[in-house]
Design a protein around this ligand. Structure first.
Ligand SMILES: *C/C=C(C)/C=C/C=C(C)/C=C/C1=C(C)CCCC1(C)C
Length: 241
């Protein structure tokens, strides 16, 4: 009797066909495991890399909390948790900019570069949110503005200030910046793909659905970018130790 009430009152199982909610569930677990790993490794890390590994832990920890919430939200309502998705990104993407800054700070990066990266990433995310949640009929327009900000970050990391500074660093710093650059160019490109598939404006006004779910694409992107990105930092911290 009791367990029946319990089952009906507070727990809803994820059905095996509900791959969207399932991907939120797996995402929660993966982010939690990664956060625990990075937090525990902070003490095994040489002094100058501790903050970087700690920030990797914070990124995955913040994501784990949001994923836990988004999993429940999606399961209960069947809807996309757009608002909390963007709250998560607004916290974690600037922290990823902090990671770039921390790497290049060792070879002279100034806080102005950090501010530039953070402001650009916020423009990218806020315009994306407007296109997804506030004005979906204009999603192609807002997506384009967002993409311009995105390409500016790609430019900074590959050819601009970040790249130039990284070149003056050790081989490990150069290699790490290359890897992080690939994350921004290829890993982050997963998100506009999800946006194009999930918003009515598609690409330049032409809807593209392909039968794929936007949240599943975003969840795959997050796993690659938050955990993978953190691992690159972790590997760098071992090489430089
Ligand atoms: C951990 C979360 C990360 C790394 C999120 C990154 C998100 C983006 C790079 C989103 C980019 C977008 C565009 C470039 C255009 C369409 C709108 C967005 C916001 C999906």
């Amino acid at each position: 009797m009791n367990h029946l009430l319990f089952a009906e009152g507070s727990i809803r199982a994820i059905e095996s066909t509900n791959y969207v909610a399932f991907s939120f569930f797996v995402g929660t677990m993966a982010m939690m495991a990664a956060a625990v790993f990075f937090f525990f490794e902070v003490n095994n890390t040489s002094k100058e890399w501790r903050t970087s590994v700690l920030v990797s832990g914070l990124i995955t920890f913040i994501a784990a909390i949001h994923y836990y919430y988004m999993r429940g939200y999606n399961l209960e309502t069947g809807q996309s948790p757009v608002f909390f998705r963007y709250v998560d990104w607004l916290l974690t993407v600037p922290l990823m900019c902090v990671e770039f800054y921390l790497i290049t700070k060792k070879v002279g990066a100034k806080t102005g570069l950090l501010v530039k990266l953070i402001v650009t990433s916020i423009i990218m995310l806020v315009t994306g949110y407007i296109g997804e949640a506030v004005s979906p009929t204009n999603s192609a327009f807002w997506g384009t503005i967002s993409a311009i900000a995105y390409f500016y970050i790609v430019y900074l990391v590959w050819f601009g200030e970040v790249a130039k500074l990284a070149k003056t660093g050790s081989l490990a710093v150069m290699a790490a910046n290359k890897s992080l650059g690939w994350f921004v160019l290829v890993g982050w490109a997963i998100y506009p793909l999800g946006y194009i598939i999930g918003t009515p404006g598609g690409i330049f006004g032409i809807p593209v659905h392909l039968g794929l779910n936007m949240d599943v694409i975003y969840n795959i992107g997050d796993a690659i970018n938050k955990i993978g990105f953190g691992l690159v930092i972790y590997v760098l911290s071992r090489k430089e130790a």
